[in-house]
Design a protein. Structure first.
Length: 368
């Protein structure tokens, strides 16, 4: 059986029908998010008798899955989101990829799935990026990477599957916000909860996002861009947005963010912001913060800015907040606040290798 420390050799099969370069460059002129995909994908299989095996980088193609495939019935599925960036020197880098590997392993453990060894995760991600290097856009664009794993065994029964597929696909994407981050309007849901104590809130599994979609639809119907979830027990404490963590900038210059209590996804962007803020001498308080406090602090001016953060948007300033009883605005209104903007600029330049990397977060994949 393949052990956690034994290396795997990836077979390579080139896509016989890659997208023509002219078509790819044309598609790059108007990049959206998650609708265009590269020519190849990385796939590794796991079974209870063989362990990890059949590692391959080959043509992107559909999976053949039996109607009784376990993921279709019992939802054993996890994923990650990360990006590859092209630097000014035309090299390609990843940002903190081993943290994605660590989080992927923790998600697997929570969902009773086999852990993908860190080096195998890195082999798959780096191998795919190097194979489809031409798909990494220049400028504000990036190559969004989606490692994921699901139960593939054919059976009906409530137990962990005995067969899994680990796969990495890639999608060139444009800037989440063209020309800079514009403040978003958020909706605080009082009807729906994202996670509860002892649940899967800290795991990056599809079920968490499926459960949030109705609340996101509620937000959209109220003219909002994102939904804010409160805790499931008291419906009082702010936890996170539908797909992002949240921060508050107080009048003394400090940051407040909800603590990682098992209900909240431990965001890599969140962790990076905390570290960069501390480097700059900014106090960061990971503590419970209620929705009532947010309303009161916005009215008094105690909270000056608020922003959401995640891989896709990096940092998104919050301009106004709607709820069932009304609406209030942040003092920055239609502009990004100075602390939010400074952190966003600092993080985005670091991710692209354009500023000093004191923490060793930037991981070189390919040079010019």
């Amino acid at each position: 059986m393949q052990t956690a420390t034994s290396p795997l050799t990836f077979d390579f099969v080139a896509n016989a029908n890659p997208m023509p370069e002219a078509d790819r460059l044309k598609a790059f002129e108007n990049l959206g998010f998650g609708t265009l995909f590269t020519d190849h994908m990385a796939v590794v299989r796991w079974s209870s008798d063989k362990g990890w095996h059949d590692a391959k980088i080959g043509p992107r193609e559909a999976f053949q899955l039996h109607p009784a495939g376990s993921v279709l019935h019992y939802a054993q599925e996890i994923f990650e989101g990360m990006k590859a960036y092209r630097t000014r020197e035309q090299g390609v880098v990843l940002f903190r990829p081993r943290r994605n590997a660590e989080r992927f392993a923790k998600s697997a453990e929570r969902m009773a799935m086999p852990v993908v060894p860190e080096e195998l995760f890195m082999q798959a991600v780096e191998g795919l990026v190097r194979t489809d290097l031409a798909w990494v856009p220049e400028g504000e664009g990036s190559l969004y990477l989606r490692p994921f794993m699901f139960g593939s065994e054919t059976f009906l029964g409530v137990r962990p599957a005995k067969e899994y597929i680990f796969c990495v696909i890639a999608s060139p994407v444009g800037a989440y916000f063209k020309g800079g981050a514009k403040p978003i309007r958020v909706w605080v849901t009082e009807q729906y909860s994202r996670a509860a104590s002892g649940g899967t809130g800290a795991a990056k599994c599809g079920g968490n996002y499926a459960g949030s979609l109705i609340a996101q639809a509620e937000a959209s119907s109220n003219g909002c861009d994102q939904v804010v979830f409160l805790d499931a027990a008291e419906h009082k404490w702010i936890e996170e947005l539908g797909g992002m963590n949240v921060f508050f900038v107080m009048d003394d210059g400090s940051l407040v963010t909800p603590p990682l209590n098992g209900n909240i996804l431990p965001g890599i962007t969140r962790d990076s912001i905390i570290a960069l803020a501390k480097d700059a001498g900014i106090a960061v308080h990971e503590r419970l913060y209620s929705f009532k406090e947010w309303m009161d602090d916005a009215a008094s001016g105690k909270v000056r800015e608020a922003f959401a953060c995640g891989t896709a948007a990096v940092i998104a300033p919050i301009g106004s907040v709607r709820h069932s009883k009304g609406e209030f605005a942040m003092s920055t209104g239609a502009a990004s606040g100075p602390v939010t903007e400074r952190l966003r600029q600092q993080l985005t330049t670091l991710q692209r290798g354009e500023s000093p990397d004191a923490h060793g977060w930037v991981h070189q994949v390919a040079q010019k």
